[in-house]
Write a protein that binds this ligand. Sequence first.
Ligand code: PLP
Length: 405
Amino acid sequence: MTMTMNWMLETVSVHAGEEPDQRELEARGLGVPVHMAASFELPEFGPELFDALLLESPNPPHAYSRWSNPTLRALEEKISALEGAEGAVVTASGMAAISAALLTFLQSGDHLVASEVCYVGTMELMGQYLSRFGIEATLVDTADLEQVKAALKPETRMIYAETPANPVLRLADIEALAGAARQAGALLVVDSTWAGPYIQRPLALGADYVIHSMTKFLNGHGDALGGAVLGPREGIRRIRKEMLVHLGGALSPFNAWLIMRGISTYPLRMERHCRNAAALARYLEGHPKIDRVIYPGLASHPQHALAKRQMAGFGGMLTFQLKGGMQAAIKMAARLKLIKYATSLGHPQTLVFYYPTDLYIDAVEYINPQQKKGIREWMGEGIARLSVGLENIEDLVADLERALD
Ligand code: PLP
């Protein structure tokens, strides 16, 4: 926009140079630009305007960034292509993706069967808060198909599984769960954050929707929260129209841009995450101060055969039990120099986080004593969770060696 229009300074400061689309076309930049615009000039009165405002088609014109935005749409296209999904909706965080999917497809009177061990925020949402909306959740070991089938009711509308499950690395057989869901007339939703599309393709195995916290391996740099739900075009359109717009968990375009950039090196990074994690798993399994290592790539993992069948790699996450329990874990964390004591995962840096079983499982009220006993068999008194980063493996082993000495 030129300044020949005789505008006053206030008008010029608002409008000059603000015709972005033409400039972008001329620039022919190779990267996707960050569109920070909150609002977009609307199509003239007619069907396109209604589409923009009411989100009737899968790719409506942009109206407002809580509905859609060009940078977000670029990320949605990228992540859909990675997962082999018809469509995606990206969200402000993994939890925003989970809550939007649950509240789109479940309503008062519906029943949900879900993993009894998964990311703690998801467990709390299902165990403590969904009942406020009249949605009943039965938490079971989704690794055990019989438990899942036994929990199904005529009102069951969804089976929800996280595999591998945070933090215990229990797996669920996606193909088998998809069969059970189909028979029950329910949707299968899989949180595949810990594996990611480099390793696991839930939609190809029969899941209806896949969820990611893109905060983790997909972004991979630990500098942006983000989430996504992927699945059939019409269901994705419903999530956006019914819940994302109304719950308001829209992703920032800047975070979308960071995640886009992160994803371009995702396969390379995953190769290294997996290689380093496998090496650390083997090292820790042979260490005299370690009781048990849980990593899907180890023959000692109770579901190693399933891991080989449904995963194309074993991921960057592992957990282990220390002889000496929590006291030993506290000492180890204090002595680590390279490995950081921190929550989250999928960062370039290796991170460790400790879960004492009594606080994490025994203290919660929404799982029964029998379930707690089963989880304790996996966790012992507590587990240290390692998100294995991209460092040189020899430096990581040396850091653990010193800390465990
Ligand atoms: N799903 C899994 C498996 C996770 O591990 C996490 C976080 O750790 C989430 C969802 C939540 O993601 P966010 O922190 O992006 O909301």
